[in-house]
Design a binder for this molecule. Structure first.
Ligand code: AMP
Length: 195
């Protein structure tokens, strides 16, 4: 397989969530990555939205790099269909490697693990540990409550607008993903079958 045009790190739920729109969005994200010659970097699990985005990427001809801590191999059902599956010793190593391999980050709906990963790459960005684009896919308003809370934090002067502006928030896969890849200074592959 040739070198991917870009690597997108996806954080998302190890559960599917209640709204079928979440799995549909995860499917669309995988299709977009695979359809544009990209690589998915993710947590290497088969459960929930994580499994959906990985399978959709593979089905669309994309490369999938899964990175999972040894202790979670059984709990999260390590995905042996990944193009490459790295089993690492610690959660810290997983997150460091995921971040290193990514050109940009996107967070889909998920639970506490997803939140933690999103906040980590966002805080790393504001501290200048990396300068990669950070996106939030707000499927069916799932993150409306979080955005309202973050606005309240700005209003209460615990952070500035500039910090909030570091994250790109969109409801549509087709808007957010091209924007993130372009902001990373990369160009998605244009394939006729992906249009
Ligand atoms: P969740 O959103 O809770 O379903 O978790 C999604 C992914 O986040 C899973 O692969 C978790 O292993 C991962 N994750 C990353 N950091 C953490 C953490 N500190 N606590 C729990 N899960 C985490």
């Amino acid at each position: 397989m040739k070198k991917p045009h870009f690597s997108l790190c996806v954080y998302c739920g190890s559960r599917p969530g209640a709204d079928p729109a979440f799995a549909a969005a995860a499917q669309a994200v995988g299709q977009w990555i695979g359809g544009h010659g990209g690589q998915l970097v993710y947590g290497g699990g088969r459960n929930g939205l994580m499994g959906v985005v990985a399978q959709a990427t593979l089905d669309a001809g994309g490369r999938v790099l899964g990175i999972i801590p040894r202790a979670l191999v059984e709990r999260e059902w390590a995905n042996h269909n990944c193009t490459e599956l790295l089993v690492v010793d610690t959660m810290h190593e997983r997150k460091r490697l995921m971040a290193e391999h990514a050109d940009a980050f996107v967070t889909l709906p998920g639970g506490i693990g997803t939140f933690e990963e999103f906040f980590e790459v966002w805080t790393w960005r504001q501290l200048g540990y990396h300068d990669k684009p950070v996106g939030l896919l707000n499927v069916n308003g799932y993150y409306d409550g979080l955005m309202a809370f973050l606005q309240a934090s700005v209003a209460q002067q615990f952070m500035g607008d500039a910090q909030l502006d570091l994250i790109r928030v969109e409801a549509e896969v087709q808007r957010l993903l091209p924007d993130l890849v372009q902001a990373a200074g990369l160009a998605p592959e244009t394939r006729l079958d992906a249009l």
